[in-house]
Design a protein around this ligand. Structure first.
Ligand SMILES: [Zn+2]
Length: 127
């Protein structure tokens, strides 16, 4: 995997910001990973060291979905929407969380690609 710094953060999927890692610096044997922050770099390095130089994305995604259920439930409760979700299964809730996160990350990635392609952001300046 030679995409290195062009790839999104290997831990959280946000735009990477120059934090790079390759297990044992053996680019011929292990993939390059990029990260958004020192925090994600340290988490990714720990995961790679435990998983023979590879970041186990599936297990991390499952844990992230599980960890997101609580703040999702808190937001539903604050908005008075919990009744509609009370009898839903965990996998149905995970599907909603995954849809939101995927849409968010895909938008962030496409915006990054647009800015690299020279298309200026057209957001109004907030001041
Ligand atoms: Zn990150």
């Amino acid at each position: 995997m030679a995409i290195g710094w062009l790839a999104p953060c290997a831990v959280c999927g946000r735009q990477s910001r120059g934090f790079l890692y390759c297990h044992l610096l053996r680019r011929d044997r292990f993939p390059d990973y990029s990260f958004c922050s020192r925090t994600c770099l340290e988490r990714g390095m720990a995961s790679a060291k435990e998983n023979n130089g590879v970041i186990d994305k599936t297990a991390r995604e499952m844990q992230a979905l599980k960890d997101a259920r609580r703040p999702f439930a808190e937001a539903l409760t604050e908005l008075g929407l919990m009744d509609a979700f009370f009898n839903r299964t965990a996998s149905e809730v995970d599907r909603l969380i995954e849809a939101v996160v995927t849409g968010y990350i895909e938008s962030m990635q496409s915006q990054t690609e647009e800015s690299r392609a020279g298309v200026p952001f057209d957001d109004p300046i907030p001041f």
